[in-house]
Ligand binder design. Structure first.
Ligand code: FE2
Length: 241
């Protein structure tokens, strides 16, 4: 598990990134993440420089903008894995998705058409940032009874979670069987950031079950990377909105 260091200021030393990146938009051309193979390879270099060995490829899946079939995601992941192999990039890709919490997602669950990963059979999904959707509990319930572990994406970004000062709502979701994914770059945000504060609190409570980068673009070249340590690199990644 992660080691924990709390400083006098109340800030924690950010934990190391895990060997598995559970949330990444690395597949080319499927969503607002990597637009081409070159960007996917640049993201792969970023990840390996962070010590990531396994990346869960999680393109957005939402009915109106990205209605991507599961098969297309599997094929894209296999193709990118081939590119990594050909170039000697030591990164394993697992095909998955970041599902949007909507009716179409419930229908996918009913049909058994969801991409999951790991022994826990994690299924990553997101909700609108500003308002908790009414179907949230139903989604968690449906995933659980279908044999999956509901994994709520970047919990620290949601307004409803930031306002949940006593962790009652989040605790309820956990009791229903939900688990939380936290974006690693959020740990580097300042104390004034609600997102950063919630990420750290979740981590201290042991509720940051799975870490991800949620990288969409690679901003740095290899030579820039070579001159940066993890800390500065993560600080740059945390710049994204
Ligand atoms: Fe994402």
């Amino acid at each position: 598990m992660f080691s924990l260091l709390v400083r006098r200021s109340g800030m924690i030393d950010p934990p190391q990134m895990s060997e598995t990146d559970a949330h990444c938009h690395i597949l080319p051309g499927l969503d607002d993440g990597a637009s081409c193979l070159e960007t996917s390879l640049a993201i792969a270099h970023l990840l390996t420089a962070m010590g990531v060995r396994r990346v869960v490829a999680t393109p957005h899946v939402m009915s109106d903008v990205y209605p991507t079939p599961s098969e297309k995601i599997r094929e894209a992941a296999a193709a990118l894995q081939g590119e990594f192999r050909a170039r000697g990039i030591p990164l394993e890709i697992l095909p998955a998705a970041e599902y949007y919490a909507e009716q179409a997602f419930l229908e996918r669950i009913k049909k058994g058409d969801v991409l999951f990963w790991g022994d826990e059979r994690y299924v990553l999904f997101e909700t609108p940032l500003e308002q908790e959707p009414r179907a949230l509990e139903e989604i968690v319930f449906r995933l659980r009874v279908s044999g999956y572990t509901p994994l709520l994406a970047h919990v620290e970004r949601y307004r409803f979670a930031q306002k949940d000062a006593k962790f009652e709502r989040l605790g309820h979701l956990r009791r229903l069987g939900a688990r939380f994914q936290v974006n690693h770059p959020s740990f580097h945000l300042p104390k004034t950031s609600r997102r950063g504060e919630l990420a750290r609190k979740l981590y201290i409570r042991g509720w940051a079950d799975v870490l991800g980068t949620d990288i969409h673009k690679a901003k740095m070249s290899d030579s820039e990377l070579a001159h940066r340590g993890d800390k500065r690199l993560f600080a740059r990644l945390a710049d994204r909105p």
